[in-house]
Each structure stands twice: as C-alpha cells, then as structure tokens.
Design a protein around this ligand. Structure first.
Ligand code: CP
Length: 303
C-alpha cells in the first residue's frame, strides 16, 4: 500500500510512466471507462478547492468508479474535534483511496500513517501539492516535448506557494534546467527549497522584475498572492498586485513561451492574455484530470 505526499515520492521513471498512462487515456478514453468499476475515492477537503477536488472526482467517475467525501471541514466531524488520524482510520472502512487537502503542513502524512488505504496529498498548507505538479509536468511535456534545458520563471508568491515548491523539486532532476525566481522580497522562495536547487547542481537567479526576466524564459509559471496564508491583511493588500501579466508585457517574451498558472487566478494574469496562444493554464487544469486518473490507477495497482 503506497501513499503520495511529495512529488519526490516518485522516481523519474515513475513520472514517465504516469505521463505515458495519461497520454494513453487521452487517446483511448474508452479503454479506461470501466477499469475502476466498484472502486471508491474519498475526497477529504478541509480547505477550499475547485480544480483539485473536482478533477479528482471527474477522474474517478471517468474510470468507472464512485466518489464520496466532503468539501469543507465544517461538514465533517473535524468540526467536533476529531483528529486527522481517526478520520483517516474511519474513511479507510468506506473507500479504496483517499485524496486529502488540509491547511496544515504534514496533515496528509499523518493521514497516510493512519490509513489502511492509499492517501494522496491534494495540498497541505504551504508545503506540497504533488498532483498539481503532475498536471504541470504533463503540460510541459505536451507543450515543450521535454523537461531538459528549459529556463523556467516562477512569479508571485514563491514563499507560501506549495505548487512552486513541488514544481522546483520535480524539475531539479532534469539536466539544464535554470530557474528565474521572480517575487517581492517578502515572498521569496524559502531557503530550504533554494538549498535543494543548489544541491541538485541547478542554477537560479532571484529578481523582483518580471518585465526584465521575461525575454529569456521558456516557461512562465505565474502564481496568486494567497490571502489565506497571510497573518496580516495590510501585508496582503500591499503585495497582492505585485505582478499583473498583460499583453503589453508579453511583447518582450519568446514566441514559444508557455504561460502556466495552477489557478485560481485573481489579478495576476489579465483576462486579455487568455486568447494568447502561449497561455496554457486551462489546458493545465484539464491535464490535472488525466494525471490524477493515471495516479489512481498506479496507487490501486491497476494496469
Ligand atoms: N490548483 C489548485 O490547486 O486549484 P484549486 O485550489 O481550485 O484546487
């Protein structure tokens, strides 16, 4: 029985296998339509979500399985003080696999230690979001055809952005990747993540200037400044509009730039960018469903 807490729980070969399965699902959906008949996915979401929860649920339905769960802590017995450990033990009696999102770092790990079925971390506080990274990797593979030799700009809230931390850890394993970390001083990538870049022998630069960084990028990964992670509303208001990507800024970018964003977006990408052929964030959301289908199959041991 295997759980997934961190993107580093996968070998590079396993990531390739997940991508291959996702691509096969895209090409041959009928082959997979009943492969999970009789299986149940529990979605335990203690924090809001649109894409992750609904794409997990769509993934299980498209594999022929069923879904149960809750979408907010207040509608579960967590509101009465039940622990994550007891919740995980209980849900193991009702389902075959769990996808769990929680505002506290380490919550998915605690669930995995106590469940008797696989647990997938669907985001734990500011720590990790491995299945978003699976969506990101499939998007990069489909748009760029490779992971090697890419200059990847990550822009916005790089401090609390769990999708950023997971993506850096994933791309650290490929040759010739260079990171351009674009953020205000207060929202820089944490030292422990930068140490991992250095340990992997990869290059990174830190800058506040998106316009200056744009021309050299192959991928621009925009992120939202996350109101829910701030202790102080004043700081959030001061930083929330630090970066707004609009068509005028993009005139300086490469013609084959891939613009990505884990979504939800607030103001950081103008809706005018949506029609730019370089914008891939809604395809990224769709790719998330295919990769979650592939992941469910892997963890349930279904070929
Ligand atoms: N990208 C992502 O995790 O989106 P949701 O918060 O809507 O699930």
């Amino acid at each position: 029985m295997r759980s997934v807490i961190d993107i580093l729980d996968f070998t590079v070969e396993e990531l390739d296998e997940l991508i291959a399965t996702a691509l096969d699902i895209i090409d041959n959906p009928n082959k997979y339509a009943h492969i999970c008949d009789g299986k149940k996915l529990a979605t335990l979401f203690f924090e809001p979500s649109t894409r992750t929860r609904l794409s997990f649920e769509a993934a299980m339905y498209e594999l022929g399985g069923n879904v149960l769960g809750f979408s907010e802590a207040n509608s579960s017995s967590a509101a009465k003080g039940e622990s994550i450990a007891d919740t995980a033990k209980t849900v193991s009696c009702y389902a075959d696999i769990i996808a769990m999102r929680h505002p506290k770092e380490g919550a998915a790990y605690v669930a995995a230690q106590n469940a008797s079925i696989p647990v997938i971390n669907a985001g734990d506080g500011g720590h990790c979001h491995p299945t978003q990274t699976l969506a990101d990797l499939l998007t990069i593979r489909r748009e760029k055809g490779r992971f090697n030799n890419l200059t990847v700009g990550l822009c916005g809230d790089l401090k609390f952005g769990r999708t950023v931390h997971s993506l850096i850890n994933a791309l650290n394993r490929y040759d010739g990747v260079k990171f351009v970390l674009i953020s205000p001083e207060e929202l820089r990538v944490p030292s422990y993540v930068k140490n991992e870049i250095t340990k992997a022998g990869k290059e990174y630069v830190e800058t506040k200037d998106l316009a200056e960084a744009l021309p050299e990028l192959d991928i621009l990964y925009m992120t939202r400044v996350q109101k829910e992670r701030f202790f102080n509303e004043e700081d959030y208001l001061r930083l929330k509009d630090s970066y707004i990507l609009d068509p005028s800024k993009l005139t300086r970018a490469k013609s084959d730039l891939s613009i990505m964003h884990p979504l939800p977006r607030v103001n950081e990408i103008s809706v005018k960018v949506d029609s730019d052929p370089r914008a891939h964030y809604f395809e990224q959301a769709l790719n998330g469903k295919y990769m979650r289908m592939a992941l469910i199959l892997m963890l349930l041991g279904i070929k």
